[in-house]
Design a protein around this ligand. Structure first.
Ligand SMILES: NC(=O)c1ccc[n+]([C@@H]2O[C@H](COP(=O)([O-])OP(=O)(O)OC[C@H]3O[C@@H](n4cnc5c(N)ncnc54)[C@H](OP(=O)(O)O)[C@@H]3O)[C@@H](O)[C@H]2O)c1
Length: 244
């Protein structure tokens, strides 16, 4: 059993590679640039040009696509990926998508993810699509951007974000499972307002809310999912684990 993680140097990809290594699965990484943190077998490749894909896919049992491609380039990237997967008869392609995106199909990044999902489903490549909620790592980046002179001003939205590590665990588990077209979504254990996440992130800052008027935040608002049992640590547990 051998796995290849495309985008194995990114947030989710790095954690997925680590999880596979912990499970004793031989794993390679494909990305455009090498990362000094990567100890796995690294291959140079580019989804958008198609360079290096087929070479890297030979002898691989599961290809996990955890790369982040801009919407304008994702159709070409997906066409290259699927062509290389067909040529080398990849037995299982795992594609990481985003929970709830069909509710927000007007948002270009989500539109592109939906198109990617459709291309994977219409290909003859055996596959599993896994949709994940927003990562805690992304929430933290958003909160940094919401800081205003000692205050944090956040849009009034509710989310059910998840630790990227929990998504990585799910992906790593798929390498020993058969392709199932669409796996269950991976969402976090708590439905929380962004304001309450901000207060726990920085208890000393004054947190205020504003209507979700930006394009991205309107998209987030529509992603609120019906309450469901989620996976991985809570936001508070994640913050404390990191502080250790
Ligand atoms: N962030 C979230 O909250 C979230 C939530 C749900 C689902 N997702 C999905 O999870 C996936 C990973 O997200 P992430 O936040 O972990 O991404 P990320 O940290 O931005 O990682 C991007 C990775 O993609 C690689 N990459 C970018 N362009 C490439 C190309 N043309 N060819 C090959 N590799 C390329 C990068 O390496 P190089 O630049 O060296 O090529 C890097 O390894 C994405 O599909 C995203 O839509 C993300």
């Amino acid at each position: 059993m051998r796995a290849l993680v495309i985008g194995g140097t990114g947030t989710l990809g790095t954690l997925t590679v680590g999880e596979l290594e912990r499970r004793g699965v031989p794993v390679g990484v494909l990305s455009r640039k090498r990362s000094p943190l990567i100890v796995a077998d690294w291959r140079a490749g580019d989804l958008v040009t198609g360079e290096g894909l087929a070479d890297a896919f030979h002898g691989v049992d599961v290809v996990i696509h955890a790369a982040n491609v801009p919407p304008g380039e994702s159709a070409r990237a997906m066409a290259n990926l699927l062509a290389a997967a067909r040529e080398t008869r990849v037995p299982h392609l795992v594609y990481v998508s985003i929970a709830g995106i069909d509710l927000v199909a007007w948002f270009p990044y989500y539109r592109a993810k939906l198109d990617d999902e459709r291309a994977v489903q219409q290909s003859r490549v055996p596959h599993t699509i896994v949709r994940a909620a927003q990562f805690f790592e992304l929430i933290e980046q958003v909160l940094h951007r919401c800081r205003r002179k000692g205050r944090i001003v956040v849009p009034a939205v509710t989310l059910q974000p998840v630790a990227a590590a929990a998504v990585a665990r799910r992906l790593a588990g798929l390498v020993t499972s058969p392709p199932v077209d669409r796996g269950a979504d991976v969402i976090g254990p708590e439905r929380r307002t962004l304001a309450s996440l901000a207060r726990e992130w920085n208890p000393l800052a004054a947190v205020t809310t504003e209507p979700p008027d930006g394009e991205l935040f309107r998209a987030f608002a529509a992603l609120t999912l019906p309450a469901r049992t989620g996976e991985g640590p809570t936001w508070g547990e994640w913050l404390r684990e990191r502080a250790v």
